[in-house]
Design a binder for this molecule. Structure first.
Ligand code: ADP
Ligand code: MG
Length: 685
C-alpha cells in the first residue's frame, strides 16, 4: 500500500523530489491528491458560442499563420470552424512550432477565451493535431487540475494519478454496513469520481466540494480524526489512576464555609467529577460553562477531594493575571482548612522559585497554581493526583498531555479536569473534544442581572466620562479596556497609557489604576488587589483582564475600539461585570467607519447574553477554525475535509465512529494510520 512514487512509470529520483515538495511520497498518497478544480473538455464548443473568460475546447482548421512584430514577436494562427474564427496567440515559439501549424491542418485546442484586438483569442492554448489516423475521442469525464509545484506539469500529474488509480490496490476500510447506513460511495468509486467526475457534473457543486464523491472522502478523513481521539481516550482509560476516595470532610467544610449555595448545574457537574475521581482510570473531563457560571468552585471542590486523599493538585492558567486571581481565590478558600497553596510562574525571584520547587518536590504543598511554568523540567511533583486546566482554549492538546505525563507516578496517571468558558456548539464539540467527557454548567448563579450593553461612537467619549464619575461616586467601580492594536504590545501599551492620562486629567476626583501585560507580576498584582479592595475606582486595562478577573463591585465597563474584537472576546470581557447584584452596564465604543461584519458583531453582543448563542453566531461569522483557536487539535490541518464547510457531516461522523470502534477495531486502526500521520499518543508527546 505504501510503495514509493518511483514505482510509477515516468517517476525518477528528480520527479520524486519535486513531489515531495507537495508532501507526496507514496503511490497511495497520489490517490488522495485531489483536484483543485476541473475543466470541461467533454464538449467541442462551436467558435461562435465561445464566452470570454471561460475555458473551452475548440476544434478547427488553420486558415493563416503569421508572425506579428511589435514589442514582443507573436505567432498568430487563425483557426476556423463552420461557425467562426479565433486566433491562437503564442509569445514564445520556436521555428518547429511555427511550421507544424500548416494552413489546412486540423487542431484541437484548449484554453481560456480572451478578447483580442480583432477577434477572440486563445493565448498559449494546449493543442493536439487531429488527423484521419489519430482520431481524438472527446473525454466523457471532466479533466482534473491538480495543486502543483514548480517543475510539475498538469499532464504529468494527470498521468501519474491515473496510473495510481489503475494500479493501486484501493482498500476500503469502511465496511459495507457503514457505507450503507450513511449512504456513502465505496472508496474506489469515490476516488475515481473525484478525480474524473462524469461530464455534465455540476462544476459549481464540485467547486464547493459538495459532490457525493468528495463528501465521501471528507467523511472518511473526519472519521479518522474522530477515531484517533476516541482511541486516545481508550488508551487513557486503560491506564491506572489514583483512586481519590475519602470521607469528603474537606469538601463539606468548604461547602459550609462558602457564602453561597451551589447552583443545581454546579452540583450536578460536581457529582460527575467526584464520581470520576473515585475511579481507578484517569478522569478526562471538560467543564463547559459560560463566563461567570462558577467553574472555579467546582475546581476547588475537586482539588479538595484529591488533597484529602493525600495527593497534590496542579492548577494551570493561561496568563499570570489569571493565575494570580486563582491564587487569591484558592488561598481564601483553602487557608481556613490549613492547606498550603504555592504559586509558580515565570516571574518569581530565584529564591522564591527555589522554595516553591522544594515545597512541590517534598510534598509540603498540596495545591500548586501556575502558568506554563508548571511544565518546566525542574518542577517535580511528589504525588500529583489531579491536574486542573483553566480556560483550555489557550492550551494545546499537546501541552495538556505533557503536563499529564509529568504527573506519572509508578504507572499511575493524574486525573484531568479542563475548564473552558468558550462554549462551542455541540456537533463541533463532539469532534473537537472526542477524547474528553463533557459536563456543562448551563445556569448562572442566581441574582445576576444581565449586563445592559450600549454601542457608541468613539467621539462621544466625554459623555461617558461623566457617567463613570457618577457610578464611582455611588460606590461602584469601573473598567476601561483598551484592546489589542495591530497585535503590537507596545502600541497597545501606548494606547492604554494615553487613555490613562486622558482619564486622569478628566476625572480628578477618582483614583485610577492602570494594568497591562508588560508590568511586573508584583505590580500587576498590587494594582489588582487595590482594585479588588475598592481603593481604585477606575481600572484602565489592556485585554489582560479578559479571562478570570472577578471583582463583583465593578458594574461598568467601557471597551474602546470594540470593533476590533471578536465575539468571544467581547463576551469574555463583558463577563467581568454583572457579577454583583446591581445592574451593570457595558459600553462598546467604536471607531468610525464601522464595517458590516463589525456592526453585526456589536449588535449581536448587545442583544445576546447567552454564551452558547454567541458561540453559534461566532461560528457563523468566523468559522470553526477561528473559534477553536489555532492551537486546538489536528482538526485544522485536515487534508481534504474542512471543518467549516463540512460541519453538516460531523454528527454522522460521530455516529459512524462509535459503530466502527465497537465492531471494526482493525479497520478503525487502519483508517487512522491512513489519515493521521503523526499519530497523537499520550506516550510520545
Ligand atoms: P467562571 O465560570 O467564569 O470561572 P467564577 O468561578 O469566577 O466563574 O465565578 C464567578 C463568581 O460567581 C465568583 O465571584 C464566584 O464566587 C461566584 N459564584 C460561583 N458560584 C456561585 C453560586 N452558586 N452562587 C453565587 N455566586 C457564585
Ligand atoms: Mg474562570
Amino acid at each position: 500500500m505504501s510503495s514509493p512514487l518511483t514505482d510509477l512509470q515516468g517517476v525518477g529520483a528528480r520527479t520524486a523530489q519535486q513531489f515531495s515538495r507537495l508532501n507526496l511520497h507514496t503511490v497511495e498518497s497520489l490517490l488522495f491528491h485531489l483536484p483543485l478544480r476541473y475543466e470541461d473538455r467533454s464538449k467541442i464548443i462551436p467558435i461562435v458560442s465561445l464566452i470570454v473568460g471561460e475555458n473551452a475546447l475548440v476544434e478547427g482548421i488553420i486558415q493563416s499563420v503569421e508572425v506579428r512584430k511589435s514589442k514582443r514577436n507573436s505567432l498568430i494562427c487563425a483557426l476556423g470552424d463552420e461557425t467562426g474564427m479565433i486566433a491562437l496567440r503564442f509569445f514564445h515559439f520556436g521555428q518547429a512550432q511555427k511550421q507544424q501549424f500548416k494552413v489546412g491542418s486540423k487542431w484541437r485546442c484548449f484554453g481560456e477565451v480572451r478578447q483580442g484586438y480583432q477577434c477572440l483569442e486563445l493565448v498559449h492554448p494546449e493543442y493536439q493535431p487531429v488527423t484521419p489516423d489519430t482520431p481524438l475521442p472527446v473525454p466523457d469525464k471532466l479533466t482534473p487540475v491538480y495543486p502543483s509545484t514548480e517543475g510539475l506539469y498538469q499532464k504529468q500529474l494527470r498521468n501519474l494519478v491515473l496510473q495510481a488509480l489503475h494500479h493501486c490496490e484501493i482498500i476500503d476500510y469502511l465496511p459495507e454496513p457503514i457505507l450503507k447506513q450513511f449512504k456513502l460511495l465505496p472508496l474506489r468509486q469515490a476516488l475515481w469520481q473525484t478525480h474524473y467526475p462524469a461530464a455534465g457534473s455540476s462544476l459549481e457543486q464540485l467547486q464547493a466540494k459538495q459532490h457525493p464523491a468528495q463528501q465521501r472522502l471528507a467523511f472518511e478523513e473526519l472519521l479518522a480524526h474522530h477515531l484517533s481521539l476516541r482511541m486516545l481516550r481508550t488508551q487513557i482509560q486503560a491506564q491506572q489512576a489514583h483512586v481519590l476516595s475519602n470521607k469528603g470532610q474537606l469538601v463539606s467544610s468548604l461547602l459550609t464555609a462558602l457564602p453561597f449555595k451551589l447552583t443545581q448545574a454546579q452540583a450536578q457537574v460536581y457529582t460527575e467529577v467526584a464520581r470520576d475521581l473515585q475511579l481507578s482510570t484517569p478522569m478526562q473531563r471538560l467543564i463547559q460553562g459560560d463566563v461567570g457560571s462558577g467553574k472555579t468552585v467546582i475546581a476547588a471542590l475537586a482539588a479538595l477531594q484529591a488533597i484529602e486523599s493525600g495527593y497534590q493538585v496542579a492548577v494551570m492558567a493561561p496568563t499570570e493575571l489569571l493565575a494570580e486571581q486563582h491564587m487569591h481565590t484558592f488561598d481564601n478558600w483553602l487557608q481556613p482548612l490549613n492547606i498550603m497553596v504555592t504559586w509558580l510562574t515565570g516571574s518569581l525571584t530565584k529564591k522564591q522559585r527555589q522554595q516553591a520547587l522544594s515545597d512541590i518536590d517534598s510534598g509540603q504543598t498540596a495545591l500548586i497554581i501556575g502558568t506554563h511554568a508548571l511544565f518546566q523540567k525542574e518542577v517535580e511533583f511528589a504525588q500529583l493526583g489531579l491536574i486542573i486546566v483553566d480556560e483550555q482554549h489557550r492550551f494545546g492538546v499537546h501541552q495538556r498531555l505533557a503536563l499529564r505525563n509529568k504527573g506519572e507516578n509508578n504507572g499511575s496517571y493524574p486525573h484531568q479536569l479542563i475548564m473552558t468558558a468558550t462554549p462551542i456548539p455541540r456537533t463541533l464539540a463532539m469532534t473537537a473534544y472526542a477524547d474528553l467527557d463533557v459536563s456543562i454548567i448551563d445556569e448562572l448563579p442566581p441574582g445576576r442581572t444581565p449586563v445592559n450593553t450600549a454601542i457608541m461612537a468613539n467621539v462621544r467619549r466625554d459623555k461617558i466620562v461623566t457617567r463613570i464619575e457618577q457610578v464611582c461616586l455611588e460606590g461602584r467601580q469601573a473598567y476601561w479596556v483598551c484592546p489589542l492594536i495591530e497585535e503590537s504590545e507596545t502600541l497597545q501599551l501606548e494606547a492604554a497609557e494615553d487613555t490613562f492620562a486622558y482619564l486622569t486629567a478628566h476625572l480628578p476626583n477618582l483614583t485610577i489604576g492602570l494594568v497591562h501585560g508588560r508590568m511586573k507580576s508584583k505590580e500587576k498584582e498590587a494594582v489588582m488587589q487595590a482594585f479588588k479592595q475598592g481603593q481604585i475606582h477606575l481600572l484602565v486595562a489592556t485585554t489582560v483582564i479578559e479571562v478570570g478577573v472577578d471583582v463583583p463591585n465593578a458594574s461598568l465597563m467601557i471597551i474602546e475600539n470594540a470593533e476590533r474584537l471578536g465575539l468571544a472576546q467581547l463576551h469574555q470581557l463583558r463577563g467581568r461585570v454583572g457579577r454583583g447584584d446591581v445592574e451593570s452596564h457595558c459600553v462598546l465604543l467604536y471607531q468610525q467607519p464601522l464595517s458590516e461584519i463589525a456592526k453585526t458583531r456589536l449588535t449581536t453582543i448587545r442583544s445576546t447574553h447567552d454564551g452558547f448563542a454567541i458561540a453559534q453566531r461566532d461560528l457563523d461569522i468566523r468559522g470553526p477554525g477561528e473559534v477553536l483557536g489555532t492551537k486546538q487539535t489536528g482538526l485544522l490541518n485536515l487534508r481534504i475535509a474542512n471543518i467549516e464547510r463540512d460541519q453538516s457531516l460531523l454528527s454522522q461522523v460521530a455516529q459512524a465512529s462509535k459503530i466502527m470502534l465497537e465492531n471494526y477495531p482493525e479497520q478503525s486502526k487502519k483508517l487512522v494510520e491512513r489519515w493521521i500521520k503523526s499519530e497523537l499518543t499520550y506516550g510520545e508527546v
